[in-house]
Design a protein around this ligand. Structure first.
Ligand code: NAD
Length: 421
């Protein structure tokens, strides 16, 4: 079937951008229109008010969301984001990505996402604790171990998950499987924190093997040094790459000979930023994206590679460790320039895969050793990368389109089997 390559519109919201990638795959798969509509739009959305008593006695009213995009393949699953830009449209976009991601790695979940709109660095620990409890109570009727299982995302961590588990438990009784990404002491899985970074490295390594590309001695720049970026930086040497630049919201650092990772991790723990690290020269976030490196790993926020800078990206491989770091316009430009893009819904799926292991361990009330977690993760990421690579070869499409084809096809099949259409 001949497919016309459509140019994406100039202005799109985050959800429209993600839906664009979905539509391309739906077109390839020739899905019927009513099925497309069911698969594109979220199945349920909730907006809640989150009033919080601040440390100074005032009450501030925040807005929170939980978007349940699709549950054809299993309970809804997706992180909670605390960020000033976490509005309904962005949460919807991220929920949709989760649907395709869980399907690409073939774990029995649907897709969801949640968020509260605020800057976490402005709240004290107790304010954050109160906000998390109130938000959890407000969405408690929608979540649960067989309904919808939240996890960490930007601005949230294992501590926030512990508060969520506790707040939910006060209403429904002890049930650690209601959230994943918990501290190990409270039923979290070994290896969960490193999982999105470890998975990123597994996907890149497997892709290199499949396509016969050597990464040995090549350079990499990583934007974002949080949970995903810092673990990617720590582990990416295992596939032969040398980390020459990293950045976070406060700035970055560059050293062409390679950054001393031990020293950098120590500095970032103490200074709470990579900026100011003495082992290299200062570099800005935008500059990092345009560095003359072999591999670029965006591991922070959305849409950082866009039509404004896609012409200036010099890396030959872009590995999307963040969710939706590239707009459809930039995707077209990079494709035309022959730059390989390994897509978010495959690359960063390691987080949700180990979340699935955590959930399974909680239900069985049994704990796996870290070695087993990492081995099982490798198995899942390897299989998914092989499948996506195979489709990209067979259909003559890029890895993003191939990943969407794999994910969308599996969700469509589940909807058909359930007897909706
Ligand atoms: P995090 O909050 O731990 O870290 C985010 C990092 O990005 C920080 O270093 C922060 O300083 C930096 N950052 C924030 N705004 C920035 C900006 N404007 N420019 C440059 N850097 C900026 O978040 P995380 O959990 O590492 O998530 C990063 C990305 O990975 C997000 O897109 C998230 O959705 C995705 N992701 C996270 C997980 C997970 O389990 N945590 C799993 C899969 C995907």
């Amino acid at each position: 079937m001949a497919i016309k390559v459509k140019q994406p519109p100039e202005e799109m919201t985050a959800f429209e951008e993600v839906s664009w990638f979905f539509e391309q795959a739906a077109e390839r798969l020739d899905l019927e229109s009513e099925l497309r509509e069911m698969m594109k739009q979220p199945w349920r959305e909730l907006t809640v008010q989150v009033p919080v008593r601040m440390d100074d006695g005032r009450v501030r009213v925040f807005t929170g969301y939980r978007v349940q995009h699709n549950a054809a393949r299993g309970p809804y699953k997706g992180g909670i984001r605390y960020h000033p830009a976490a509005d309904l449209d962005e949460v919807r976009a991220l929920a949709s990505l989760m649907t395709w991601k869980t399907a690409v790695v073939d774990i029995p979940y649907g897709g969801a996402k949640g968020g509260v709109t605020f800057e976490p660095r402005e709240l004290s620990r107790w304010e954050m604790n109160r906000l998390t409890r109130r938000y959890t109570q407000s969405i408690a009727h929608l979540i649960g171990p067989t309904r919808d299982i939240p996890a960490p995302d930007m601005g949230t961590d294992s501590q926030v998950m512990a508060w969520m588990m506790d707040a939910y438990g006060q209403l429904e009784g002890y049930n650690p499987a209601v959230v994943t990404g918990k501290p190990v002491e409270l039923g979290g899985s070994y290896g969960r924190e490193a999982a999105p970074g470890r998975g990123t490295v597994f996907v890149l390594g497997e892709w290199a093997k499949l396509s016969g590309v050597s990464l040995e001695g090549k350079t990499v720049a990583i934007q974002g040094f949080g949970q995903v970026g810092s673990w990617t930086a720590r582990l990416i040497g295992s596939v032969g790459l040398r980390v020459v630049a990293v950045s976070d919201i406060s700035g970055g650092v560059y050293n062409g000979r390679g950054l001393d990772m031990e020293g950098l991790l120590r500095h970032s723990r103490e200074a709470k930023t990579v900026a100011g690290f003495a082992g290299g020269e200062a570099i800005g976030n935008k500059e990092l994206l345009e560095l003359d490196v072999d591999v670029l790993v965006p591991a922070a926020v959305e849409s950082v590679v866009n039509r404004g800078n896609a012409d200036r990206v010099k890396a030959r491989i872009v590995v999307e460790a963040a969710n939706h770091p590239m707009t459809p316009q930039a995707d077209v430009i990079l494709n035309q320039r022959g730059i390989l893009v390994l897509p978010d819904i495959l690359v960063n799926a390691g987080g949700v895969v180990v979340s699935y292991f955590e959930w399974a361990q909680n239900i069985q009330q049994f704990r796996w050793e870290e070695e087993r977690v990492n081995q099982e993760l490798l198995k899942v990421m390897k299989e998914a990368t092989e499948r996506v690579y195979q489709v990209s070869q067979d259909w003559g499409v890029g890895m993003r389109e191939a990943a969407f084809v794999v994910g969308v096809k599996r969700v469509a099949q589940a909807i058909r089997l359930r007897g909706f259409v």
